[in-house]
Design a protein around this ligand. Structure first.
Ligand code: DNO
Length: 409
């Protein structure tokens, strides 16, 4: 499989020269400076591609070409936005880039409550606490209906037994301070979204107001409507994907639960089966993010990999540990629920199968790109100002572990 790495562009403190030294072959990146909803021009794409190639690497995957909110909620300008999207796809293909990761999560991209959760061994991990998230929703965001929803919240079978998240949030409210509130907003809205989604930026003065405005757009939109909007989008772009040989791969919802009263539709096997069958075109595929999927207690990640490997165009290798109370953290890449070793076996076999039957129109030569995702923060990473979850030494350590697994397989 092709060893790739998420790189945040020329301003990333982790340079391409560093990545070559650790065995990276392909780069996963985006035009992070282009505002949401604007066409990515050929010139901009070429400039970045040449920058990458001049350093002995290739631009393998786009992560992400963002789907603007209006496409997700079906706003009046969605067709216009879909045309913009199609043009960016054509431009990417013309520059030789054929794998495009995106997501269909309303308002929030990935979410965590703690970005520096200390482990016993002195490293730090990302962490998701239900009570802190419920506190954010009910006390900071003060979303209408939040209290009722959290009162009715039930964990899936096997975890969180007897837990009353709303009562825990109320309890937490007694000890929270303005500083702690601020940190939670930073973690949920600014630091996790700022560098990936485009909806929120580092330095936004009123992130919560913006949040409410976005939430309002989804009033009355449930799971079925969001599904219909995803299908509409995919059907509209598939002709361009076929013509240009672009493989689209949707990123699962992270975490794979419905939050903030918003529907989330890429969480379970049933969801994935649904969107693959709704638009049964091989160019409509999946980013198999083992980490996101493993954060759902109902997801059997290995079984999902077996089922969905043929429609997977990009793999994210990481693994989560779910505590008995339902909270989760990111486990070692060799531990946790995801079983990265077995996943490597499944996806390597899939790659071999593809290479034997190489699809026409497929510039990747059947290579299946993977990247490690969300490393630990360790050995001084914490002082370098890297994006949350995207440390250097922690990710390098994970990458080395996975390279070892691949070699052994
Ligand atoms: C977080 C990432 C996501 C992912 C997007 C893809 O670390 O996995 O932000 O890149 O959801 O669109």
């Amino acid at each position: 499989m092709e060893k790739t790495w998420r790189w945040f562009g020329k301003k990333d403190k982790i340079t391409l020269e560093m990545l070559r030294q650790i065995g990276v072959e392909g780069i996963v990146t985006a035009l992070h400076d282009v505002p949401l909803g604007q066409v990515w021009t050929r010139e901009q794409i070429r400039d970045l591609r040449e920058f990458i190639e001049a350093r002995g690497l290739r631009w393998s995957v786009v992560e992400s070409l963002p789907v603007t909110e209006t496409i997700k909620y079906g706003g009046p300008d969605r067709d216009e936005q879909i045309e913009t999207y199609k043009q960016s796809l054509r431009n990417l293909a013309a520059e030789g880039i054929h794998t495009v990761c995106y997501n269909f999560m309303p308002v929030l991209d990935w979410a965590r409550t703690d970005l520096m959760h200390p482990n016993d061994d002195g490293t730090y991990n990302l962490y998701f606490s239900y009570s802190e998230f419920a506190y954010f929703d009910t006390y900071i965001l003060k979303r209408v209906g939040a209290r009722e929803e959290w009162a009715a919240f039930r964990f899936p079978d096997g975890v969180g037994e007897g837990r009353n998240v709303l009562a825990e949030a109320d309890e937490l409210a007694r000890t929270m301070t303005p500083e702690k509130d601020h940190l939670l907003v930073e973690n949920i809205v600014i630091k996790t979204q700022g560098f990936v989604s485009g909806n929120f930026k580092e330095g936004d003065e009123h992130p919560l107001e913006l949040f409410h405005q976005l939430l309002d757009k989804y009033k009355g939109i449930g799971k079925e409507q969001l599904r219909a909007n995803m299908k509409y989008f995919l059907e509209a772009i598939m002709p361009v994907c076929e013509e240009c040989g672009i493989n689209m791969c949707v990123h699962p919802d992270d975490p794979p639960i419905e939050i903030l009263g918003l529907p989330r539709i890429v969480r379970t096997s049933e969801d994935i089966r649904w969107f693959l069958n709704a638009v049964p075109n091989p160019h409509n595929g999946l980013t198999f993010c083992a980490g996101s999927l493993s954060a759902g207690a109902y997801n059997d990640v290995v079984a999902m990999a077996r089922e969905f490997a043929p429609r997977t165009h990009f793999v994210h290798l990481r693994s989560c540990h779910i505590f008995p109370n339902g909270d989760f953290t990111e486990a070692s890449h060799l531990g946790g629920r995801a079983n990265v070793v077995e996943l490597c076996r499944i996806f390597s076999a899939e790659e071999t199968r593809r290479q034997a039957t190489s699809l026409p129109n497929d510039s990747s030569q059947g290579l299946l790109p993977f990247r490690v995702d969300h490393g630990k923060t360790m050995l001084g990473d914490e002082t370098r100002g890297y994006n949350a979850g995207y440390s250097f030494l922690g990710r390098m350590f994970a990458m080395a572990q996975v390279q070892g697994v691949m070699a052994a397989i």
